[in-house]
Design a protein around this ligand. Structure first.
Ligand SMILES: Nc1ncnc2c1ncn2[C@@H]1O[C@H](COP(=O)(O)OP(=O)(O)OP(=O)(O)O)[C@@H](O)[C@H]1O
Length: 749
């Protein structure tokens, strides 16, 4: 049979099977629903707990089948994207496996009709070689031979084309996928995941991983695929809501959120570090964001003390200072007095302290205190009975003595009545004291308010008591902190310390704690931020991706991954991604040309072979606005759809947005925490981090880029955002540091 027809038939068979499954699931759901309604009707109070459980399990069934149904439905348009022919050594014949986003099994034979891309066998598809291969599943290694790798182009459920691939031909498909447009969201890449990326996705899931990846190398995409792979492989242990994805800003969360359902990780929590720390530690004060500080740095108005504070508060030294401070707080939980009710001792101070400092040492301080409270309550309950009995017995004995031993009836009467009254009084006294004993004992324990306690550290006497070795820098840190705190605010740099302190004092409840954390744009985190996160989440399962060349918060961010590996994640796997998939060779050459002017050598991106027009420089001369308009129309005609006007500062973004408006060009101004992604945006470079657009118009009129580390990196970030076109609009070429690169790397228009 003609091969194309064979593939067409196979696709038809798969689709028909899926339809049958969908129909079966639907009727299955209907009968489940009926059963649930029946259960509800028959619910009687006598056996409600049992019925309730039955209802719950029905609900779970329904949920499972709804997920399955949704998966199946979403697959209909493209059930699979590739096939491998694999001959396992011990099997007599080779088998064909069709690889798709979600698996589908034949109900009777249990054989896969579609193999999940995350399954162990699918790994051989990504590993790039035809011929002898091996893969591991559940700790067993299988060997065999791959004789065919075939890739399908399926549109709306119809087979359009297929092609057989080897290592070289694979690039064709990648090229095709890269030449498409950005539509404001991350695109689908499961069918073109490259070997170096596959290694990151599948790197040992039980270990932390740190990835240095060039701009556009797929860090974000790959980190999300790694979560998807992680959840697939560890589905028995982890759920999507156990995941935490930390992104640089809210805009970026919007950008990635659309790809999450396809990867089955839509229920993973997504947050910025700031929001996570503020919500977790319950910070009430407004936070001065790192963007505000960066803006000052960019505009050259940054307070020197501010730079010092940001640098030191993110440092390892500050972590040790916090540790000493926290130890000093811990000492205040030592109790001196025994726990007593009146003169009766219930528990010795030493035993109580042993609970706090030894037995419960794994818990945050306030949890320990709560546990001690529970212990004291239960011991009191037990001992109170004994005490009351003992006291009553003592009075009863005295009564006996009085009744039978005292001769004088008057004296006896007085004594007996005294003893009866006294006994009652004593017992009431003890009961009364017992009622408040625990609460009043617990008052000895300090109740630290996280923010106030953190701020107290910066009082001179407190600071010097934990860090006597004072320096001008630390004085500056205190000065700067005081002025911020006096305004009722905290700085984003304080969040690591606040989170850290919170972790020791209160801690995140075990059920709420993220079990796996993904950090994107990790180069912008300080050492202490990552340290504090690891301590707060109490897990080693971190996926950390970043690019040192894009480290625009260099006054506080990470400048080498080595420190993280050595001090925070000694077991981490370290991997690199060098190829860049986003942009063209021409654009990347220009951006790389700038990187060479940084004093330290930074990892460079290698573009995959995709050519495009040279980046353009458009001088700001009268009538430039009309020219921009014309160029944009031209780009639209070429098929470009997403445009970003990127500036150095927010002030300039506001200016150019208004200016273009008067010429009938509508660009939406994007601000941190506001607005949403649209097809035409104006935004400062620091907000463009991680995003991508078909066309980037880099605009600079009043704030030229300087030959400083910060500006070079900002420019690099901005220049690496476009997929297809880069145009620089400015008064002078030098404003974009173009005099530093070879003149043939761009074209003046
Ligand atoms: N294997 C691939 N196949 C097709 N497209 C890919 C592949 N890998 C990455 N891409 C595309 O390359 C672009 C860049 O990916 P991504 O944003 O994940 O990179 P990044 O390393 O996080 O970039 P940056 O650090 O510059 O923000 C995206 O459009 C992504 O879809």
């Amino acid at each position: 049979m003609d091969e194309f027809q064979y593939e067409k038939d196979r696709l038809d068979f798969t689709k028909a099977y899926m339809e049958r499954m969908i129909a079966a699931q639907k009727s299955g759901r209907a009968s489940l629903k009926q059963r649930q309604d029946d259960t509800l009707e028959n619910l009687d109070f006598q056996d409600s707990s049992l019925r309730y459980q039955e209802m719950l399990s029905h609900a779970n069934f329904m949920k499972m089948s709804r997920d399955q149904l949704d998966n199946l439905k979403s697959l209909r348009r493209k059930p699979y994207f590739a096939r491998i022919d694999f001959h396992r050594k011990e099997n007599p014949e080779k088998e064909q496996f069709y690889i798709g986003k979600v698996s589908l099994f034949d109900r009777e034979t249990q054989l896969p009709i579609i193999l999940d891309w995350r399954s162990p066998l699918a790994n051989v598809y990504y590993e790039g070689r035809l011929g002898e291969v091996s893969y591991e599943a559940l700790g067993v290694r299988y060997e065999g031979e791959v004789s065919l790798k075939r890739q399908y182009q399926i549109e709306e459920g119809e087979l359009m084309d297929y092609r057989d691939i080897d290592v070289t031909a694979k690039d064709d498909l990648l090229q095709e996928s890269l030449s498409q447009n950005a539509d404001g969201r991350l695109s689908e890449i499961v069918s073109t995941i490259q070997e170096e990326q596959n290694r990151v996705i599948r790197a040992d899931l039980r270990k932390p991983i740190i990835v240095q990846g060039a701009a556009g190398s797929g860090k974000t995409t790959i980190a999300l695929h790694r979560i998807s792979y992680f959840l697939y492989t560890m589905k028995e242990i982890f759920k999507p809501d156990d995941m935490l994805i930390l992104a640089p800003n809210r805009l970026f969360i919007q950008y990635i959120s659309e790809v999450l359902p396809e990867l089955g990780v839509q229920r993973a929590a997504q947050s910025t570090f700031m929001d996570f720390a503020v919500n977790t530690a319950g910070i009430q004060s407004p936070v001065i964001t790192q963007h505000e500080v960066l803006t000052q740095a960019v505009e050259g108005t940054m307070d020197r003390d501010g730079v010092t504070a940001a640098r030191l508060k993110g440092s390892r030294m500050f972590q040790t200072i916090m540790d000493t401070y926290i130890q000093s707080l811990k000492k205040q939980y030592k109790v001196e007095q025994d726990f007593t009710v009146l003169e009766f001792r219930i528990k010795k101070a030493r035993a109580i302290n042993r609970l706090f400092f030894e037995e419960y040492s794994y818990f945050p301080y306030e949890v320990r205190v709560r546990k001690i409270k529970a212990v004291l309550q239960s011991e009191l309950r037990r001992k109170k009975k004994q005490i009351l009995e003992k006291v009553a017995a003592k009075y009863d004995e005295a009564l006996d003595k009085a009744l039978y031993g005292m001769k004088d009836p008057d004296k006896r009467k007085i004594r007996v009545s005294y003893l009866i009254t006294r006994k009652e009084e004593r017992l009431t006294e003890i009961k009364k004291a017992a009622r408040t004993a625990v609460a009043s004992f617990m008052k000895q324990y300090p109740a630290f308010h996280v923010e106030k306690t953190y701020k107290k550290l910066f009082e001179e006497s407190v600071f010097l008591s934990v860090h006597p070795d004072d320096t001008e820098d630390w004085k500056a840190v205190r000065r700067y902190s005081h002025s911020t705190f006096a305004k009722g605010k905290v700085h984003s740099e304080d969040l690591a310390g606040l989170l850290y302190l919170f972790t020791f004092l209160k801690g995140i409840d075990a059920e709420e704690r993220p079990k796996k954390v993904v950090i994107d744009e990790a180069q912008d985190y300080s050492y202490f931020e990552i340290y504090a996160l690891r301590r707060a989440c109490q897990t080693n399962l971190f996926t950390i991706v970043g690019d040192l060349a894009q480290g625009i918060y260099q006054y506080r961010g990470i400048d080498t991954w080595g420190t993280l590996v050595e001090d925070i994640f000694p077991k981490a796997s370290y991997l690199t991604l060098q190829k860049t998939y986003r942009t063209t060779i021409e654009i990347m050459d220009l951006a790389n040309g700038l990187l060479t002017h940084l004093p330290v050598s930074l990892p460079r991106a290698e573009p995959v072979a995709r050519h495009g027009p040279l980046p353009q420089f458009l001088p700001i001369t009268p009538g430039w606005e009309e020219k921009v308009d014309q160029f944009c129309r031209g780009f639209v005609e070429e098929g470009m759809s997403s445009f970003a006007m990127i500036t150095k500062t927010m002030a300039e973004a506001e200016d150019v947005q208004k200016r273009l408006e008067t010429y009938g060009m509508t660009f939406t101004l994007l601000k941190e925490g506001e607005g949403s992604l649209s097809e035409r945006m104006v935004l400062p470079a620091y907000l463009a981090k991680g995003l991508e657009f078909d066309v980037v118009l880099l605009y600079n009129d009043r704030h030229p880029f300087q030959e400083s580390d910060l500006d070079l990196k900002m420019l690099y970030v901005a220049m690496t955002r476009p997929l297809h076109r880069l145009m620089m609009i400015g008064a002078d070429k030098e404003d974009f540091l173009l005099h530093l690169v070879q003149p043939d790397r761009f074209q003046e228009v």
